[in-house]
Write a new protein. Sequence first.
Length: 440
Amino acid sequence: MSSFVLTGARILGAAKTDIVITDGVVAEVAPGASAPGATRIDADGLVALPGLVDLHTHLREPGREDAETVESGSRAAALGGYTAVCAMANTDPVADTAGVVEQVYRLGRDAGLAHVQPIGAVTVGLAGERLAELGAMADSAAAVRIFSDDGHCVSDPRLMRRALEYVKAFDGVIAQHAEEPRLTAGAQMHEGEWSARLGLTGWPAVAEEAIIARDVLLAEHVGARLHICHVSTAGSVEILRWAKARGIRVTAEVTPHHLLLTDALAESYDPVFKVNPPLRTDADVAALRAALADGVVDVVATDHAPHTVEDKECEWPYARPGMLGLQTALPVVLHTMLDPALLDGGGEPGPARLDWDGVAERMSRRPARIAGLAGHGRDPAPGVPANLTLVDPAARVTVDGGEIASRSRNTPYAGRTLPGRVVATFLAGAPTVLDGKAQR
Ligand SMILES: NC(=O)N[C@@H](CC(=O)O)C(=O)O
Ligand SMILES: [Zn+2]
Ligand SMILES: [Zn+2]
């Protein structure tokens, strides 16, 4: 295998050094370090982060390859600085058997652009009636540890309890899409002032909060691990704060879009802003930023949800919910959360702040731990698998639909200028991205 030396990189924003990669691992980190025959990569002033890990990606294969494939989605991931993505189970057929999760796993391995870790469905066909073959998926070549009916809530408390009990045996985790379906029938957007003004049926915060409250209590009762997908309200943050203080084994994610965008954007009636859970209020955004900074919300996960033009560019009530996320997640997090002093004043002012180490923790190390991905989420150091990304903190990029590697085009950030550019990504010592371009 080939060797690389990344010159002048700043690991987690620290002083410049040189990073030598040989045979898939970081061989040496020191100024002036080199290796015979190594390819030199000019990383002068770039910030080196452990490769990003996404706990929540929709890759659409099998079934909706017109919207995304494992390959196109993993290319978008690599360009976004990700080295591992967890692929949601709401495909067609649903990833509810060992056969389907192994298929997705192999497609990811063959594409070679990111580690693709399949998530298994909790219930057969996401129908919420019978548990899927959780044990067979765990024992399969895909070694599934995260189970989720995402897109749907496991709303039956008895089934949720049994799922939590089942996965405890192999230290699995249930990732809940928290939405009490009887409170969101026909819902189109956040229930509040804007939904009233626009005449769209509301999705009340309590529909999310009621399920989170129920499930943290179930997780406590069972002693199992629970993960909450795409937390979107200030009230959810308070419940999580309480549950964590009580020692309940719960983790939670927030999406980049819930850190930046609000329900006011629905005023345009542009369905690119339709998503589940819906964009909320300024107060929710502020609470989510603070919770991500103080750790009550553990990680950022993209909920990358590609949809075709036919499914998205129609009247608001008929459009599918969901937005792209992989290629813009890091810039949105840098914009909303990184101390502006680390970005030459490019971020938004506000009290909730992270440094580069905090970004690495929430976008790489903690998601890798939650997913049980041992080779990911580790800072570049001798002996560590070379899964890492190089970011230019001085760059400002205007989001342009033409640069989207995804098969779909539904980005809510088109035309926005955001800080940070992923210059290179290495997966197991091989470049998947160089000079901002995918290598395969
Ligand atoms: N987030 C969305 O609005 N849509 C997701 C499903 C989901 O994450 O609930 C999808 O699969 O399109
Ligand atoms: Zn969901
Ligand atoms: Zn999702």
